[in-house]
Design a protein around this ligand. Structure first.
Ligand SMILES: C[S@@+](CC[C@H](N)C(=O)[O-])C[C@H]1O[C@@H](n2cnc3c(N)ncnc32)[C@H](O)[C@@H]1O
Length: 285
């Protein structure tokens, strides 16, 4: 019999910390809870030691984390707003800051006038944004797109597992959407790839575990969305996009002209995180 969870966590925390892993205690807890098939809170009530097999699995998970594998690829899971999402290598791991983007999209949706609320999530990855919108506004019709076939497969699997009716289409930006949605969409929301290529090489290994297609794009994808969104949005419809903290001025400049209202929204740490534009209620207004 190996040490109790408390002993094992103390050792793992020290080991992870010495290897420069952020939040070493929390990381050790998440990995041990996964190996033992329990939750973090229950770890501390277990008095029995780990079996040899459990200890070996945990040791391997800690080593892989130190070698740069993201925690989420070890557990296969990421919490996002009210959802427990499956994640897989090859598909972007949802980030907590994107929860603010969902909040902004829901605010826009709640102000939308007209008939059936329709939301499109462009570049859906695991389905994080689209599935959150459907979970939190079940009356909305939600579609999602992604260029990556792996992302489309995973978003569909998450939708099925969570019992959320979201249609996921493979293709470039808005191209694969059903044509009858044109001019009827209430909100187009996207967390596009927005890192500059130069910054990509300097990322920590666990961030570079995300595919380049999901990360690198500067403001080019924002620009293409700004051009194409108006033909899909209904009157008063909104485009809501995640941005890098320094991209607010460049992205708002792209929206001025086409959109009546343009706004930058900060995240909880006060960094610019979202740019949104709303079309006029009446064309030409
Ligand atoms: C930053 S990730 C965001 C994923 C997810 N929305 C999230 O927030 O967790 C960007 C996503 O956009 C997809 N993507 C990149 N270029 C695209 C394009 N031209 N059309 C559609 N999807 C694209 C990538 O495959 C990736 O899944």
């Amino acid at each position: 019999m190996q040490g109790t969870p408390s002993d094992v966590l103390r050792h793992a925390e020290g080991y992870l910390g010495r290897h420069g892993i952020e939040s070493p205690r929390r990381t050790a807890e998440v990995l041990l809870a996964f190996v033992l098939g329990t939750d973090r809170a229950s770890l501390y009530s277990r008095r029995d030691g780990l079996s040899a097999a459990e200890a070996e699995l945990f040791r391997r998970a800690v080593y892989r984390r130190c070698a740069g594998t993201p925690v989420q690829h070890l557990t296969g899971r990421q919490a996002f707003r009210h959802l427990d999402l499956e994640v897989r290598p090859g598909v972007f791991i949802p980030r907590p800051e994107t929860e603010v983007v969902v909040g902004a999209a829901l605010d826009e949706l709640d102000q939308a006038t007209g008939g059936l609320p329709v939301v499109i999530d462009v570049g859906t990855g695991t389905g994080a944004i689209a599935l959150s919108v459907k979970r939190e506004r079940p009356g909305a019709l939600v579609h999602a797109t992604d260029l990556s076939p792996d992302a489309v497969r995973l978003a569909r699997a998450n939708a099925l597992r969570l019992g959320l009716d979201v249609a996921v289409h493979q293709g470039d930006l808005l191209d694969p959407l059903p044509i009858d949605l044109r001019g009827r969409v209430s909100v187009i929301v996207s967390n596009p790839p927005y890192l500059d290529r130069g910054d990509y090489a300097e990322l920590r290994p666990e961030v570079r575990a995300d595919p380049e297609l999901a990360l690198v794009g500067g403001t080019a994808v924002h620009g293409r969305l700004v051009e194409r969104a108006p033909e899909w949005l209904g009157p008063g419809g909104s485009l809501v996009m995640e941005i890098g903290a320094e991209q607010g001025p460049d992205v708002t400049a792209l929206l001025h002209g086409n959109f009546a209202t343009v706004q930058v929204v900060a995240d909880l740490s006060g960094r610019d995180r979202v740019v949104l534009g709303r079309l006029p209620e009446r064309p030409g207004a």
